[in-house]
Design a protein. Structure first.
Length: 472
């Protein structure tokens, strides 16, 4: 069935193919009695009304912030979310409401019939509502994305069939593509187009950020293996290659492998433990393993014969929260990544990210400055920064742990970190290139209660505060 906005879409407008009809459509929408009743008067539309779908197709995010709750009251307390009619229950109201919800989160629309559809993330989603989704788009593309504090964090596309993907750029910056966990090309422009192959996973992020910064916020199913192509995995170094269709018994018949010493992998997960799964063989060697940046041990993958899906390192008993395992190639011809298996001991807990403008953050010293509207990938696009050594920040929170989130760059330096007045360590924020939203210090296992983290500038031109993440 052809709907009214299958012919006239957001892409018709943005590609200049609306023939002047876009303004007519908006005026017709605004003049509708349904608009006034539901948007201005809080009166729900008829349960079968597709008015919310129209609002989503028109990109009316602010309208939907009012309309979704109003319309939901039509059926939220009815049996099985069905609308009571005279002698039957109807699913139409819930169906149209759900359709509008999906259209607000994700659209795959062409500027005109028979032209290629374009994927749009959060095209009509109320910006005050944090959300994360995974939905199927036209062309066999499974699209995932998240929005937090009015910021689209990443776009992930799983190509089921291959072919060209077209995506409306959700940012006012260039876009970096990661293909199967390995950084690939950089694209520019408001309408992005790139080739895909069947089974490929592509993650799109802004320059200065990496997929694991944001994809780590998703809870990877504990107890299940995560394949080496998962976007929570990143591969550092120039010798990484991807091998699929293998007959060696590997998980999902594929691996990533590196040949150069000091090339590395890392996997960010939510839980209390993790297994690193790889191969053992005569051409494998030693790998240094780190958890949350702390060296754990050197594992040896050498074996006279090939063994697939080998757990060469396991970690348990971590505090509930987000962690990263990292491996660095030390010896041997190859280092392989086949899979990871995160685990959870059921300890529970949760986390909250807090912006640098939060009232619990205090900035001490005469050089602190606030910078907003940044395009570096910072949380909520702002930071506080100081230039004088011995200037300090502190953040008081209630919980059992905290992360300090900042940037790394060539003009950053060292910071002394204190918890509840006790010196913990000196962290180094120096890096050849800018990296945004970097967790440079983490503390877990504090007694439940109120605590304070404090940082004192020691070296470098700048010290930045972007955010804090607290843990219960």
């Amino acid at each position: 069935m052809l709907e009214k906005f299958d012919v006239l879409t957001l892409e018709s407008r943005d590609q200049g193919m609306d023939g002047g009809d876009w303004n007519t459509a908006i005026n017709t929408y605004l003049a509708s009695p349904g608009y006034s009743n539901i948007r201005n008067n809080g009166q729900a539309a008829h349960p079968t009304s597709r008015f919310l779908v129209d609002a989503a197709r028109l990109g009316r995010a602010n309208d939907l912030a009012v309309m979704f709750p109003v319309q939901y009251r039509q059926f939220f307390d009815t049996p099985n979310l069905l609308q009571k009619e005279s002698d039957y229950y109807s699913a139409q109201g819930y169906g149209t409401w759900s359709a509008a919800l999906q259209e607000a989160l994700s659209q795959s629309v062409a500027p005109k019939p028979a032209l290629d559809p374009v994927i749009r993330v959060f095209p009509a989603w109320p910006t005050a509502w944090d959300a994360k989704y995974k939905l199927l788009a036209k062309g066999g593309f499974v699209v995932s994305s998240s929005m937090a504090s009015q910021d689209v964090q990443y776009v992930e596309i799983e190509s089921q069939l291959g072919g060209t993907a077209k995506v409306r750029n959700p940012w006012a910056t260039n876009v970096v593509l990661y293909r199967n966990g390995v950084q690939a090309e950089t694209l520019s422009g408001s309408l992005l187009s790139f080739a895909t192959t069947a089974g490929e996973t592509i993650v799109m992020v802004r320059p200065g950020t990496t997929p694991d910064q944001y994809r780590s916020s998703s809870v990877v199913g504990t107890g299940a293996k995560v394949n080496d192509t998962d976007s929570n995995i990143s591969y550092g170094g120039s010798s990484w290659a991807y091998s699929s269709g293998r007959n060696s018994g590997d998980y999902q018949a594929d691996v990533h492998y590196a040949t150069a010493n000091n090339d590395s992998f890392q996997f960010t997960f939510t839980g209390t433990g993790v297994d690193y799964v790889t191969e053992k063989n005569s051409d494998m060697g030693q790998i240094d393993i780190y958890i949350d940046g702390v060296f754990q041990q050197t594992v040896d993958c050498a074996n006279p014969t090939r063994l697939a899906q080998q757990v060469v390192y396991s970690k348990r008993g971590l505090a509930t929260g987000t962690h990263t395992i990292r491996g660095v190639k030390k010896t041997g011809q190859y280092m392989l990544v086949d899979a990871f298996a995160p685990s959870n001991d059921g300890a529970g807990g949760g986390s909250t990210k807090v912006n640098d403008t939060d009232s619990r953050a205090a900035y001490v010293g005469g050089t602190w400055t606030y910078s907003s509207g940044r395009l570096e990938g910072d949380y909520q696009a702002d930071v506080h920064y100081a230039t004088a050594n011995n200037d300090s920040f502190q953040f008081t929170f209630t919980g059992t742990g905290v992360d300090y989130v900042t940037e790394k760059n060539s003009d950053m330096g060292q910071i002394d970190i204190y918890i509840d007045g006790v010196f913990q360590q000196t962290v180094d924020c120096a890096n050849p290139t800018r990296l945004a939203q970097q967790v440079v210090y983490s503390k877990r296992g504090l007694a439940t209660g109120t605590h304070t983290i404090r940082g004192v500038k020691k070296t470098g031109q700048y010290m930045l505060v972007d955010a804090f993440t607290t843990y219960n």
